[in-house]
Unconditional design. Structure first.
Length: 734
């Protein structure tokens, strides 16, 4: 897909000429990098979106946006102190890399909601000063620096040396089309989103192919503050070449690469990153060795080296070989040392070596987690296996048996869930071609029962008043900043069958919005009840919904006792509990994005389930009622349901996108405004006599002290065997 196309590069003028010595000041082909961090990548807000991907052609870096807004990742090739250019008289250098992208997938269905902001940029160090013109124009330094975090470089010359930026059009809600000249049809942006401009010049536009890889070369003359660039397909077709200048307040010595993606599900791939300088004499660069194949005892390695150099290989059996074609494939079934080095004219490179272990590799065991519990032995187990530490990162599949029953030939992917309803034993086996399997056994022998339920959604007005909540203005208008999604977008609705049948065979239905904007006479507004931050003391946060406790941060600063540093509680009546995100009474600025929710008195052997519903619609309840059901009856039935159960209108089965199963000592982090907790179910393991916990394990305390039988407070994290008391209840540590 990528690496084997590199040989074409020697045919083009921008490639290294054979008569010149070329030194790699930096090279990262991701073949020996186990993690993105090993390769110098960081992400301010989406570390989980970074990965090293591998195939039989080698490895590369991938940044996957998922269901997020703008996010970026940065690769730096400078060491912790200094730069790669230190101590060398570098007047000119070349940056090369391969890049490919997959567009966002939200735009075809919702064009005005998409963010066209994919960008790749070579960035300069941030040791610059703003120019007098920028200062006079009112450009604050923090605005420039902040562009490193989820922002584009195109408008900030002091940060970027070279950039390729996706075009963004001005969307007009009035006529439903874009005013961007490159968007030919407002309902079809397939051409528009593949158009990019170079170095901030919106007139210098190129059209790139989604899913394709491109070779990008930028040569920087640091003295003249100029650059030349070229963009080729991997097949050798020229896309664009040109020249440009570097801004006066921009450090011309690059520090790395920034990649930015716009929502949703966009992907960027990067490979073969090099920073090169020309040397006066011959120079040979060390090769890189990567294991790309495992077949029981057989090992396959690819050895990568620079064009124009001669590779020398010494195998595990002591035999030597040479090659001028990169990559070089080496296959062995013998353990030992594999060595490789290069020759260029009179120069020899450093030796690269790997220790080859030809013994059979056993796959890791699957990790089996409980993702849902119910009364009795009813549970849902999710089976996952991590291939990141397995050489070549093979695709690992699973087979499973419960109480000895199961199809051993039915291999399922990692992440598959299995439901069990009775006491028994679950056996999960991992499989991958060329590797030995492993099996893990899980005993489903713990019976659970619901110990308590806190139903936020169905608390009536009297209960809320008793708990210190006061009713505030109704949420119905679409101009209430921060919360308007709950009603303005009409995402809480049900259907009544109308006697028709859809093309796919499902029953047709008429939609009825339960909570909606002022423009919908049928829909109701949402009554809202608020408990101000000043009333959310530590005691209140712990006891309002006991045994469930809510956020309280006053203990971080004992001098703050009025709740001014915490966020208030809000109850959307008939929906659930919301974190306002605003510190202090009457706060309007969102500055407290997450609030912890937990349950006191539980251990790691217990569980609680948090059912949430969001104003984004993905976890809203959309049931379908039978034909002839009155609107009044359907609305009443809808409001009586547990919205957090998230039943899908098409099949009336739980979607589980809003079901969060946590161990007893864990907490759930409630995001602000757009997410509500409908209810919390608390499950305890059923045991006889006094509650037992594992030796050294503390029950969830959240500020509740633990005492021995002499009344002396003890450290909950270093409990020895014995009987202890917490919140008036005895428990045994064995």
């Amino acid at each position: 897909m990528r690496k084997f196309y590199l040989l074409f590069a020697a045919m083009f003028a921008y490639s290294v000429v054979a008569t010149a010595g070329i030194k790699n000041l930096f090279k990262q082909d991701f073949e020996t990098a186990a993690t993105p961090a090993d390769a110098g990548w960081t992400s301010p807000n989406l570390a989980g979106g970074m990965s090293i991907v591998s195939s039989d052609e080698g490895a590369w870096f991938e940044f996957s946006l998922g269901s997020n807004n703008n996010r970026n990742a940065v690769m730096t090739w400078n060491p912790a102190e200094g730069t790669i250019f230190d101590g060398q008289d570098v007047k000119e250098y070349t940056v090369k890399f391969q890049w490919g992208f997959t567009r966002n997938t939200s735009s075809p269905s919702n064009t005005k909601n998409a963010q066209f902001s994919t960008e790749i940029a070579i960035i300069s160090p941030h040791n610059y000063q703003l120019s007098e013109e920028q200062i006079a124009a009112g450009l604050l330094q923090k605005n420039v620096v902040n562009s490193v975090n989820n922002g584009q470089y195109a408008a900030h010359d002091s940060l970027r040396i070279f950039s390729i930026t996706q075009l963004k059009g001005a969307y007009s809600e009035a006529d439903g089309v874009s005013t961007n000249p490159y968007w030919e049809d407002g309902n079809d942006n397939s051409n528009y989103i593949n158009d990019f401009y170079i170095n901030g010049d919106t007139e210098n536009v190129i059209t790139l192919e989604e899913g394709a890889w491109y070779d990008i070369t930028v040569t920087v003359n640091a003295e003249a503050r100029t650059l030349t660039y070229s963009i080729y397909t991997l097949a050798g077709d020229l896309v664009k070449e040109g020249e440009d200048t570097i801004a006066e307040n921009c450090d011309p010595y690059a520090k790395g690469i920034n990649v930015l993606l716009g929502r949703y599900n966009a992907i960027a791939d990067i490979d073969e990153v090099k920073v090169q300088v020309e040397t006066e004499g011959d120079y040979a660069n060390a090769p890189s060795i990567a294991m790309t194949g495992v077949d029981m005892a057989k090992r396959t390695y690819l050895i990568f080296f620079e064009d124009g150099e001669i590779l020398h290989v010494k195998g595990t059996d002591g035999a030597e070989d040479t090659s001028v074609d990169s990559p070089y494939e080496y296959v062995t079934e013998t353990s030992g040392t594999l060595e490789a080095w290069t020759e260029n004219g009179t120069a020899l490179s450093e030796h690269a070596s790997v220790e080859v272990d030809a013994s059979v590799i056993t796959l890791p065991e699957a990790v089996v987690d409980i993702t849902k519990v119910n009364s009795g032995y009813v549970k849902t187990y999710k089976m996952t296996v991590d291939n990141s530490t397995v050489p070549t990162q093979p695709t690992i599949t699973l087979t499973y048996k419960y109480n000895g029953e199961g199809d051993e030939d039915n291999e399922v992917p990692s992440g598959t869930s299995v439901d069990v309803t009775e006491k028994g034993v679950l056996e999960v086996t991992t499989h991958a071609y060329g590797f030995a399997s492993s099996t893990v056994t899980i005993n489903n022998d713990v019976e659970f029962a619901i110990d308590n339920t806190v139903d936020f959604q169905h608390m009536d007005e009297a209960a809320l008043t008793e708990k210190g909540f006061a009713e505030i203005d109704e949420l119905r208008a679409d101009n209430m900043s921060g919360e308007n999604n709950w009603t303005a977008r009409s995402r809480m609705w049900y259907g009544i069958a109308n006697g028709t049948t859809n093309d796919d065979g499902t029953p047709g239905y008429d939609t009825h919005v339960v909570y909606g904007p002022t423009t919908n006479d049928e829909a109701a507004g949402i009554r809202r009840f608020l408990r101000e931050p000043s009333t959310l003391t530590q005691e209140a946060a712990t006891t309002i919904f006991a045994p469930v406790y809510t956020w309280y941060t006053g203990e971080a600063d004992p001098a703050v006792a009025d709740g001014s540093d915490v966020a208030g509680l809000k109850m959307n009546y008939g929906i659930g509990l919301i974190n306002t995100g605003c510190k202090g009474d009457g706060g309007t600025s969102i500055n407290y994005p997450n609030g912890p929710i937990g349950v006191d008195g539980l251990t790691d052997n217990d569980y609680f389930i948090v059912y949430v519903i969001s104003d984004y619609g993905s976890s809203s309840l959309h049931p379908l009622f039978p034909e002839g059901t009155s609107v009044a009856d359907a609305t009443a039935a809808y409001k009586a349901m547990n919205l957090g159960d998230g039943l899908d209108a098409s099949n009336l089965t739980p979607t589980n996108t809003n079901v969060n199963v946590l161990r007893g000592t864990e907490t759930y982090s409630l995001y602000r405004i757009d997410t509500a907790i409908a209810r919390i179910d608390i499950f305890k393991a059923q045991t006889s006599g006094i509650k037992e916990i594992i030796n050294g394990q503390a029950i969830s305390d959240h500020n509740a002290p633990i005492y021995n039988l002499n009344g002396v407070q003890v450290n909950p994290n270093t409990l020895k065997k014995g009987i202890y008391v917490k919140q008036g209840k005895k428990f045994v540590v064995q």
